[in-house]
Write a protein that binds this ligand. Structure first.
Ligand SMILES: Cc1cc2nc3c(=O)[nH]c(=O)nc-3n(C[C@H](O)[C@H](O)[C@H](O)COP(=O)(O)OP(=O)(O)OC[C@H]3O[C@@H](n4cnc5c(N)ncnc54)[C@H](O)[C@@H]3O)c2cc1C
Length: 241
């Protein structure tokens, strides 16, 4: 299971400038602050890294971003983009793909590829308490982990073998994939903007969300807060905080 940031477009200033477009105005970074550190840059021809510099939003621009987030003005946030490579089990991808507004994704669907499938082995948890309909309880004992690992591994092997046999004997990959379990890992290239990823994070970094899915939301948050610190905080701040 992994989350890899591939590309980023825009920053907090891009959000501010998109909002200020309505007044035909632009803003500037504050270079005197001791706020967020951006990465050192390496220019062609330089033989050493340039010193790390610091820049942050002016207070008025921070206030503007918080105002936009608080009042649901999402379009300035939509003028940004981040692209990720997500390596996730099918059962997580199913949940993840429910989030569609402002999100684009492409996936290796196994219609065109027939390489060896890889399966995710969970750390097994107990069923939720009787009063709770969704989620799960605590991790099972080491003995139980071993027991269910063994059982699952054996089914995974059977599925893998049958799949390979079908491919070898000429069954169409788009049909052979039907016998693969929900634990199969899939790779997704996904692009969204800071508002759409914040929406996913807010819904999936929650006690009610499945733990495996929550881990992806947390990893995405770690990346987004590096590149859009003010916007990310404004969009993911819950009302009860
Ligand atoms: C804890 C949890 C449990 C869940 N359990 C289930 C489940 O059991 N079964 C299941 O099917 N799903 C389940 N879901 C998925 C859930 O129902 C939503 O589909 C998912 O959270 C995506 O919602 P979203 O608001 O981010 O959608 P997005 O597609 O990202 O849309 C964002 C917002 O845009 C607006 N919007 C989008 N499309 C339209 C439209 N066509 N018309 C009008 N407004 C629109 C809405 O305001 C929407 O909230 C669960 C989600 C969570 C977080």
């Amino acid at each position: 299971m992994s989350v890899e940031l591939l590309d980023v477009m825009g920053d907090d200033l891009a959000v501010v400038d998109a909002a200020r477009a309505s007044l035909d105005k632009e803003s500037e970074w504050d270079y005197t602050c001791t706020g967020y550190t951006l990465e050192a840059s390496f220019a062609p021809g330089d033989d050493q890294y340039r010193p790390v510099y610091q820049k942050c939003l002016q207070d008025k621009d921070r206030r503007l971003i918080n105002f936009l987030a608080r009042n649901g003005h999402w379009s300035p946030f939509g003028q940004t983009a981040a692209k990720f490579r997500l390596h996730m089990p099918i059962f997580v991808a199913r949940q993840w793909f429910k989030h569609s507004a402002g999100i684009l994704n492409n996936e290796a669907s196994r219609r065109y590829i027939s390489d060896e499938p890889v399966f995710y082995m969970p750390t097994w948890r107990s069923a939720p308490e009787k009063s709770i309909k969704q989620g799960s309880g605590s991790e099972l004992s080491v003995e139980d982990q071993r027991f269910w690992d063994f059982k699952a591994q054996s089914i995974y092997e059977d599925c893998r073998n049958l799949y390979n046999q079908m491919i070898e004997e000429g069954v169409a990959p788009e049909q052979a994939r039907a016998i693969l379990p929900q634990a199969m890992m899939t790779t997704v290239i996904e692009t969204g903007n800071v508002a759409s990823f914040a929406r996913i994070y807010n819904l999936r970094n929650d006690d009610h969300a499945q733990q495996e899915t929550r881990e992806y939301a947390l990893s995405i948050s770690e990346e987004m807060k590096k590149y859009f610190p003010v916007s990310w905080e404004a969009l993911t701040k819950h009302e009860d905080q």
